[in-house]
Design a binder for this molecule. Structure first.
Ligand SMILES: [Zn+2]
Ligand SMILES: [Zn+2]
Length: 266
């Protein structure tokens, strides 16, 4: 029995003898099945061809996989008390990287913005013996159920030390961001998307399929973030960082987006 990974989105599935028949995450309108069909890999094959990459990323330690796999996001290690929260997730962690994370206090929890990054969360939770905090509204997208998964409900959840999970919705019903009040930072996954000019952000229902969000959803994301002050916005990939005026960037970008939906192009 092996816990197969979907090569396209990185979702890891409950242990089985044969690869799953299909990937519900990729068959959803927010993802895609490649032209040449669905492919699968195993934890051993993935580990054989990849290594963990740890790199300073703004004020945090970034955690990625080299070479990139599936969607290619990196995670961030966010200090919490004597330990850390892993914000978002990557498919695997190798022992040198795990040892460095242990040296920095290990993991108190894993928190993930949305189902596209659920990927190897159970591998991580078992390695560090910690819970995985996921919003209950996205429970149907958990492909590898595990006792370490802890669903939370409502609009916010405090983790302590000025860290707050905020449900924004939008891209997914349970779409969540992490506010770090100490650093004045918003860790946004792709719920709030950092785009090239670093002075705006974007919002989408589907990024690969270019399906926008309705105006109400974008207004709701901006409203959910209005009570929180932040300068820096960390997107989901290496180097995707808005360096300043983050709160104003979100406000301005949501207004521009809603105007564009009305036909007032920038
Ligand atoms: Zn998939
Ligand atoms: Zn996504």
């Amino acid at each position: 029995m092996r816990s197969f990974y979907c090569v396209t989105c990185g979702a890891q599935f409950a242990p089985s003898e044969a690869p799953p028949a299909s990937c519900p995450v990729c068959e959803d309108a927010r993802q895609y099945v490649p032209e040449d069909g669905q492919r699968w890999t195993t934890p051993d094959a993935l580990a054989a061809g990849h290594r963990s990459e740890l790199r300073e990323e703004g004020g945090y330690l970034g955690v990625g996989l080299e070479p990139g796999f599936a969607i290619g996001q990196r995670a961030l290690l966010v200090p919490l008390g004597e330990s850390n929260v892993l914000w978002d997730c990557v498919p695997l962690v190798d022992e040198p990287a795990a040892a460095e994370i242990e040296r920095r206090g290990g993991l108190a929890a894993i928190a993930i913005s949305h189902p596209h990054y659920y990927t190897g969360m159970v591998e991580w939770a078992h390695r560090f013996d910690c819970p995985i905090l996921l919003h209950a509204a996205d429970a149907e997208w958990i492909m590898r159920p595990d006792p370490s998964v802890e669903l939370w409900e409502g609009e916010t959840r405090s983790l302590g030390d000025g860290l707050t999970l905020i449900r924004c919705g939008g891209h997914f019903a349970g779409g969540t961001v992490l506010h770090d009040a100490r650093a004045g930072a918003l860790l946004a996954g792709d719920i709030v998307q950092v785009i090239p000019d670093r002075r705006h952000v974007g919002f989408m229902y589907s990024y690969p399929n270019l399906i926008p969000l309705p105006a109400e959803a974008v207004t709701a994301i901006a409203a959910a973030l209005e009570p929180y002050a932040f300068e820096t916005i960390y997107g989901a990939w290496w180097g995707r960082i808005v360096p300043g005026e983050g709160s104003e960037v979100v406000r301005r970008s949501a207004e521009r987006y809603v105007r564009a939906l009305r036909g007032e192009l920038p």
